[in-house]
Design a protein around this ligand. Structure first.
Ligand SMILES: Cc1cc2nc3c(=O)[nH]c(=O)nc-3n(C[C@H](O)[C@H](O)[C@H](O)COP(=O)(O)OP(=O)(O)OC[C@H]3O[C@@H](n4cnc5c(N)ncnc54)[C@H](O)[C@@H]3O)c2cc1C
Length: 426
C-alpha cells in the first residue's frame, strides 16, 4: 500500500504546472486559493471580462478539492428540517434550493467546459444506520416535498437490496439529482478552463498579507505573496480551512478538521455491481459518517468513520476497514491500496458562509458538500464581483467564535469522541 497517497492523484493525468510565472503587478480581482471555490470563481470572472489572478500556495486542488470523496450532492449537511429550525422557513428553503442549483452548476460546467472527470449523475443514497434514523429520513422526505417541492425516494429495509448489497441498513433515501466525479480531474479541469478563459493562474504562491489601500489608479488592496505583490480592486478569499492564517477576523471562527479515506484494489465487475448496483454515491446517518463510492476502476473508496488526527496511520486504516467490512464483509480479502487525508474548513454552526468582510469577498466551509457548493458559491461570488445577479442565501450569517481557540484545533478530536459516543448509545 502507498501510505498517504491520494488515489485520485494517481488516477488523474499529470496536472499542468502553473509555477514560477512572474506575478502581475495589477489585477481587477485576486482570488486566493486554487480549490473548487477559487477555480470556479476565476473561471466565471475571466469569462465576465475581469483581469483575474488566482494565487494558490501549493498546487491546484492541493487542499480538500482533489482529495475528497467525489460525492456531488444535491443537498446540504443539515437536513431541510434542521435548517428550518435554525434559519426559519424562507431562508432554509433558499439554502436548499441553492444546493439543487449547485448540483446543476457542476453538471453544466462539466458539460460546457468538456471536463473529463468521470462525472455521472446516478444519485446519492443516505443509508439509515439505526431503525429510528429511517423515521428521520421519512420526516425529511415529507419536509422536502412540502417546503421545497423536491422529491426523494425512500427504500424500506426489505427492499434495500435493490440499491445496496448489504443488510446492515434500516432503510435508505435516494436523491436522484446528486452524482459523483473524480475530484482531482474536476479541479484540474476547472483551472484549465479558467486559464483558457483568460485567468492568470499561479501555483507555489502563498499569500502572506492583504493590505487595504486606495491609490490613484483605483486599486483597493495590496496582496503580498511570498513571490511578489499584486495591487487589485477586489479580493476573493477562497483559502477555506486556512483563511484565518491571512485574515485575522476569521481566526477563532474557521478551523481545520481532517477526514481520512481508503481505496481498495479494483474489485471484479460482478462484485462491484452487487455492492452498489446503480453506482450511486453513498453516506450513512451516523454522527461519525461513513461516505463511500466506487471509482472508475471499481475501487471501493471509503472515508470518514471514527478516524482522527493524531492516531497512527495503521489505526485509522483499521477503523475505516472495520467500518467497511461491517457493511460489506465480502471485501475482507480486498487489499487496501491507498490511504490519505484532507482538511475541511469548518465553523461551529456547520454551515457554509459566503459574503463580504471589510471589503473582501469570501466563500468557505461547506461541511462535506463542497464539490457542488464550493463550485456554485465560487461562481456566485464572481457574479457579485462582476455586478451580476446572484443567488446566495449563505450571506450575512453570523460565524460563531470557538471559545479558547488560538490556532490549534484541539477540540475537533473531542467533538469526534463525543460523536462516537452518541453513535454507540444513540
Ligand atoms: C477527505 C475529504 C472528503 C470529502 N468528501 C466530500 C465529498 O464527497 N463531497 C463533497 O461535496 N465534499 C467533500 N469534501 C469537502 C470538499 O472537498 C470541500 O468542501 C471543497 O473541496 C472546498 O473547496 P475550497 O476550494 O473551498 O477549499 P480547498 O480545496 O481546501 O482549497 C483551498 C486552497 O487554498 C490554498 N491556500 C490556503 N492558504 C493560502 C494562502 N495563504 N495563499 C494562497 N493559497 C492558499 C490551499 O493550498 C488550498 O489549495 C471532503 C473533504 C475532505 C477533506
Amino acid at each position: 500500500m502507498t501510505e498517504q497517497t491520494c488515489y485520485w492523484w494517481v488516477d488523474a493525468p499529470p496536472p499542468k504546472s502553473y509555477r514560477n510565472k512572474p506575478l502581475p503587478e495589477k489585477a481587477d480581482v485576486v482570488v486566493i486559493g486554487g480549490g473548487f471555490t477559487g477555480a470556479s470563481a476565476a473561471l466565471r470572472l475571466a469569462k465576465g471580462g475581469a483581469n483575474v489572478a488566482l494565487l494558490e500556495a501549493e498546487t491546484i486542488g492541493w487542499g480538500a478539492s482533489s482529495r475528497n470523496g467525489g460525492q456531488a450532492l444535491s443537498c446540504l449537511h443539515h437536513t431541510l428540517t434542521e435548517l428550518i429550525d435554525q434559519h426559519g422557513l424562507e431562508r432554509a428553503r433558499e439554502m436548499f434550493r441553492a444546493s439543487i442549483r449547485a448540483a446543476d452548476t457542476v453538471a453544466r460546467i462539466v458539460e460546457k467546459e468538456k471536463i473529463d472527470c468521470d462525472f455521472t449523475r446516478n444519485g446519492n443514497i443516505e443509508a439509515a444506520s439505526k431503525p429510528r434514523h429511517f423515521d428521520r429520513l421519512k420526516m425529511e422526505q415529507e419536509t422536502l416535498a412540502r417546503v421545497a417541492d423536491y422529491k426523494v425516494r425512500l427504500v424500506p429495509p426489505e427492499e434495500a437490496a435493490t440499491e445496496l448489497g448489504t443488510d446492515s441498513y434500516h432503510g435508505l433515501m435516494v436523491n436522484e439529482r446528486s452524482g459523483g466525479l473524480q475530484p482531482a480531474k474536476f479541479v484540474q479541469g476547472l483551472a484549465l478552463a479558467a486559464e483558457r478563459a483568460g485567468a492568470n493562474v499561479h501555483e507555489g504562491t502563498r499569500v502572506t498579507e492583504i493590505e487595504k489601500t486606495v491609490t490613484h489608479n483605483g486599486s483597493r488592496f495590496t496582496v503580498r505573496a511570498e513571490r511578489g505583490v499584486v495591487s487589485t480592486k477586489e479580493v476573493l478569499l477562497a483559502a477555506n480551512a486556512w483563511v484565518g492564517d491571512i485574515v485575522p477576523q476569521f481566526r477563532g471562527r474557521v478551523f481545520p478538521a481532517e477526514s481520512f479515506v481508503i481505496a481498495t484494489e479494483p474489485l471484479p465487475d460482478d462484485l462491484a455491481h452487487k455492492l452498489i448496483p446503480n453506482k450511486r454515491v453513498v453516506y450513512d446517518t451516523k454522527n461519525m459518517v461513513a461516505y463511500y463510492t466506487l471509482s472508475r476502476e471499481n475501487r471501493m473508496v471509503w472515508g470518514g468513520e471514527g478516524t482522527a488526527t493524531g492516531l497512527s496511520t495503521k489505526r485509522n486504516i483499521e477503523t475505516l476497514r472495520h467500518g467497511m467490512l461491517k457493511v460489506y464483509p465480502e471485501l475482507k480479502d480486498a487489499a487496501i491500496d491507498y490511504f490519505w487525508s484532507g482538511t475541511l474548513g469548518m465553523t461551529l454552526d456547520q454551515t457554509a458562509h459566503a459574503g463580504q468582510m471589510d471589503g473582501m469577498w469570501f466563500s468557505m466551509c461547506y461541511v462535506g458538500h463542497g464539490v457542488t457548493l464550493a463550485t456554485y458559491l465560487g461562481e456566485q461570488m464572481a457574479n457579485a464581483i462582476l455586478g451580476l445577479e446572484t443567488f446566495n442565501p449563505f450571506e450575512g450569517l453570523h460565524i460563531p467564535r470557538v471559545p479558547f481557540y488560538e490556532g490549534k484545533a484541539w477540540f475537533v478530536n473531542i467533538g469526534k469522541a463525543w460523536y462516537r459516543f452518541l453513535d454507540l448509545v444513540g
